[in-house]
Design a protein around this ligand. Structure first.
Ligand SMILES: Nc1ncnc2c1ncn2[C@@H]1O[C@H](COP(=O)(O)OP(=O)(O)OP(=O)(O)O)[C@@H](O)[C@H]1O
Length: 649
């Protein structure tokens, strides 16, 4: 019986209660549905909110029309009525019963000129950097500084003030602090690894710490006796200890792991530290590192000894970097900075770079998977070595979409192929070694490459030449949107970002992100995406919906044949719902888990089971129904999400 799979579709609240004739099924169910349709009974509240509930497969003529059943696509794979039988499975058609989508103009937008590009009017040598560093920068084809570099480099070379550096994503903050610090250390006579630890850089994630470390490593070409090291957790502590024992002049660390070493590695001497950089300040606070940072700063202050190197400041200089301004960052500033100078490029820092092209596609839940595949296909069309990052809400969903797109269920692989491109996955539940090697493979891939990931990759990671970002799941906070799309359009280069939204409430999110996009937002119809991706050459005007449906049904069939894959799909679906419920209360008007059509969403995970069956793991439970269980589990997700990020430090 298909009693569990209900169709929720938003509609205007009826002026007058409509009489809907309900037929079929047990009398109790008929009675319940009849009462609901008249605004009585347990479903009354939903009805008042404009949500009608009608049994699937038992719709009246009026409701069928309201749901757009008269669309031309319905014949390719009609819904098989009655399949939601004893085993609670149901095969529904992709293109029927989808909610209406608000019509919007799809015109091109005027993209402004780059806002985070290097300045042609200034050169690195004019900022006071020495010849060796200038020659190194030229060898890296870095000729002109960006605005933030132009402001920060001279200040750190000449002054001893703490700095609060706020600049757009991709504006070159890393070199802004790395170059002057390195030059200052170059001026220490006879410096080598035994001279002492002079600079500490704290980063929120292992990936970012590794990336900053590699910037210092490459600067060693200017002075090979200056040694940089990193302690980031996730690898053997023993080898980190050995590194610290041998001595490093610059240390890049995640806060949690550094505290561990402060407590357990006797050889770690913080007494000579004169530069402390807190990179991605907002993320450091979000991930709960306040206590660790307080401990670290206290250890440095309490052990400080006077130094006799004229090039170094007499007291510690702290630099706090952030691409967003938040109360938590201000708090970190109070904790770490003294009479700091605010260095900022413009009032635009909380906007995306001007040259970014932002597209939005509103997609009915059933069509999300197939539209993702279509979008990726379109983005890499005519490209040879493009880079695309796709953001998901949780690792379960990354795992599912990775196997669904690569059809690799059994292996533990993190790489595969899609439409002739390389495709990778990355999330916090993978080992550090796997994460590092996956990022490297993605960056070094000779052909088009796609990375499916959680927000692990959204902060500070500078992956080379990212052409496109796809937000398959909307971000959990507005800052996350800035950071995700900030992986492209870096240092003046062009970039495109595509945001997927569900019809209805999620469309309200546009109002929230619009102020962040100086060049405006370009709308795309999901039908155009699918048409471009799936229309067979020479068969214009009708084949694309059949092709798209076949593509999706192939997934459903594959899941039926591969129990392991199906398990991953079910887990991905449940994790996604749990993650969805953690959207901020202030954004509830856009992301309300109670309004999600679970059955349609399950379809996009290739699942034919009803949500109730998925949530109950196939067992009948008397006390708690599937939806309540899923919502209960949703509450537990916050904890799980924190756990994912806690693996960093
Ligand atoms: N002056 C420059 N000219 C050209 N490219 C530059 C310049 N400075 C930095 N870059 C490049 O720009 C990219 C972004 O730099 P970086 O990672 O430091 O940005 P960011 O401001 O820290 O961004 P986010 O806030 O997103 O972490 C890097 O690939 C870097 O090599």
């Amino acid at each position: 019986m298909e009693d569990d799979l209900l169709l929720n579709f938003a509609s205007e609240p009826p002026a007058k209660k409509q009489k809907v004739k309900v037929t079929g099924g047990k009398w109790k169910e008929r009675r319940k549905s009849q009462l609901a349709s008249e605004g009585r009974g347990r479903n009354e509240k939903k009805e008042k909110q404009g949500v009608n509930q009608i049994k699937l497969g038992e719709r009246t003529k009026e409701t069928a029309t309201a749901e757009g059943e008269e669309r031309p696509h319905k014949t390719a794979f009609p819904e098989r009525r009655g399949e939601g039988g004893k085993n609670n499975t149901y095969v529904s058609s992709l293109f029927t019963a989808n909610p209406e989508i608000q019509d919007r103009p799809v015109a091109e937008i005027d993209v402004l000129s780059p806002s985070n590009a290097p300045l042609d009017t200034s050169s690195f040598s004019g900022l006071g950097l020495n010849d060796k560093i200038n020659a190194h920068l030229l060898s890296q084809r870095l000729e002109n500084p960006t605005k933030i570099q132009q402001q920060v480099i001279p200040r750190l070379l000449a002054g001893n003030n703490d700095l609060f550096v706020q600049a757009q994503t991709g504006s070159g903050k890393t070199l802004a602090f790395a170059l002057p610090i390195f030059q200052k250390l170059m001026e220490i006579p006879d410096i080598d690894r035994t001279s002492g630890l002079f600079a500490l850089i704290l980063a929120p994630t292992r990936e970012l710490a590794t990336q900053i470390y590699s910037v210092f490593e490459s600067l060693r070409r200017c002075h090979h006796k200056i040694v940089a090291g990193n302690v980031i957790g996730g690898e053997k502590k023993k080898s980190e200890k050995a590194r610290l024992r041998k001595g490093v002049n610059i240390l890049v660390a995640t806060p949690g792991r550094l505290v561990d070493h402060i407590e357990h590695t006797q050889k770690l001497d913080l007494s000579k530290i004169r530069y402390v950089v807190l990179d991605e300040g907002d993320r450091l606070m979000e991930l709960g590192f306040e206590e660790s940072i307080t401990k670290i700063l206290h250890s440095i202050s309490s052990s400080a000894v006077p130094l006799h190197y004229p090039s170094l400041p007499a007291k510690r200089v702290s630099i706090l970097c952030s691409a967003t301004i938040k109360s938590t960052v201000k708090k970190l500033g109070e904790l770490s900075l003294e009479e700091a100078e605010l260095v900022t490029t413009s009032e635009k820092i909380t906007k995306v770079p001007d040259q970014l092209v932002q597209q939005v596609v509103v997609i009915p839940p059933k069509l999300r998977f197939v539209t993702l595949a279509g979008t990726l296909k379109n983005l890499i069309k005519d490209q040879t070595a493009s880079r695309t990052i796709v953001f998901f809400s949780c690792s379960g969903s990354v795992d599912f979409h990775f196997i669904a797109l690569t059809r690799k269920a059994a292996s533990e692989d993190t790489s595969g192929s899609l439409f002739g491109s390389s495709i990778f996955k990355l999330h916090g539940s993978l080992s550090q070694q796997t994460r590092t090697s996956t990022l490297k493979q993605f960056a070094d891939s000779p052909n088009n490459a796609i990375l499916l990931c959680t927000d692990v990759a959204s902060r500070g990671l500078d992956l080379p030449h990212i052409n496109n970002v796809v937000e398959f799941d909307p971000p959990f906070a507005l800052d996350d949107h800035l950071h995700r799309v900030g992986r492209t359009a870096r240092a003046g280069s062009l970039g495109k970002s595509v945001l997927f939204l569900l019809p209805g409430d999620e469309e309200n999110y546009l109002k929230i992100i619009e102020p962040l996009h100086p060049s405006g937002i370009q709308f795309q119809k999901y039908e155009s995406v699918l048409k471009e991706a799936f229309e067979k050459p020479g068969e214009k005007g009708g084949s694309w919906d059949t092709q798209a449906t076949t593509f999706h049904l192939d997934l459903e069939r594959w899941l039926l044949e591969e129990p392991r894959a199906k398990e991953i799909a079910a887990n991905g679906f449940i994790s996604h719902i749990k993650a969805y419920a953690t959207h901020l209360a202030s954004e509830r008007e856009c992301f309300n888990v109670k309004k999600i059509h679970l059955g349609h969403l399950a379809k996009s995970f290739g699942l034919r089971e009803t949500p109730k069956k998925l949530a109950s793991g196939g067992e009948r439970k008397k006390k708690e129904d599937g939806k309540s269980k899923m919502l209960r589990m949703a509450k537990m997700h916050l904890q799980a999400q924190t756990d994912e990020f806690n693996t960093f430090g």
